[in-house]
Design a protein around this ligand. Structure first.
Ligand SMILES: [Zn+2]
Length: 56
């Protein structure tokens, strides 16, 4: 499990690791980091939003 945020590993993921960040709403960004939703659950977020909690 080395470098699983880079390279071809991404292309094996659903949607190739890209999507819309639920926190900053950036589209087609890589969602490789973990944030928290309002209920304390885990959420896929972009690099900028790593560790943040979704508001509202
Ligand atoms: Zn974000």
């Amino acid at each position: 499990m080395s470098k699983n945020k880079r390279g071809k590993a991404l292309w094996r993921m659903p949607s190739r690791a890209r999507g819309t960040c639920p926190i900053c709403s950036s589209t087609r960004i890589k969602l490789l980091y973990t944030g928290k939703d309002a209920n304390g659950g885990k959420l896929d977020v972009c690099k900028k939003c790593a560790g943040k909690t979704v508001s509202a």
